[in-house]
Design a protein. Sequence first.
Length: 286
Amino acid sequence: MRKQSVLSRPITLDAVVEPDLISGDGLQLVRLIHAGGKLMAWSWNHIEPAGNASVLTATVRVNPFGQPLGLTSIIERIQWRPGMPVTGLIPDTAGVDGLAGRFRTLIGQMRHPGLQQLLQDVFVLRQMFYDYWKATVPIDGEEYLLAERSIRNAELVQCSIGLSSFQRSLGVAFALLRDAGRAWPTGRWLDGSHSLHLLGQIQGATSHLAHQYPEDADVLVELLQHDHRLSLSSVALSILEHVDCLSGTQNAEADGSRSATRFPPVPANLISMGDFLRRREARVPS
């Protein structure tokens, strides 16, 4: 995370609040994590460590203190806000440069409030907020950053053709979450499956989605279960084929020296954006 600067004036910020050690004089050190990085501050009011799987979110008022002014930061007030959109608090330095910003842009471009809220509910989980950005995906004996690969594939879905607005939003959410179970240690995966483990961890989020958008929730669960199902609905299958096609084409083009056999076959009714534009330009009017 970005090195914090010395405060020259009081500030109010939205942050993930992480309580730390308590000093001999009774002050507690607190980490305030926000999009700009991390700020360490002291609090006279002790904060209990989170006893659940979710991060704590709040609006915090911090004052500079000490000599020289700002050498120490003191928390004046904490307003707990459990419903705060947590994806806006992921530090800009998470993953590789610019990745967190691209992630926020993707969520902002979604035209589905239910799926936007689902992603907020999922990323409030500690493993997702912190470790999604550090986890890796093994492909052909090499490790790739989970977040970088997932966000790139979601961007391809977002700007692709051949999907309705509803399917595109589901495709983006699926691309972001399909490998997200790897944010948890391998030994904790349910039945050795990162996808089944993820579904268990986000059951509350998918249930919340199902209250307002039952069909959409069913399709997303189908997609996340696709490795463990004998069949998929036609909607889920079309989204899966589209996402796999875009992912496979992009990976093969980015690394032409390797065999592309690790990617699924391209469905006959799907073509890459480049092929589509070339065919349209070459088409002779009848």
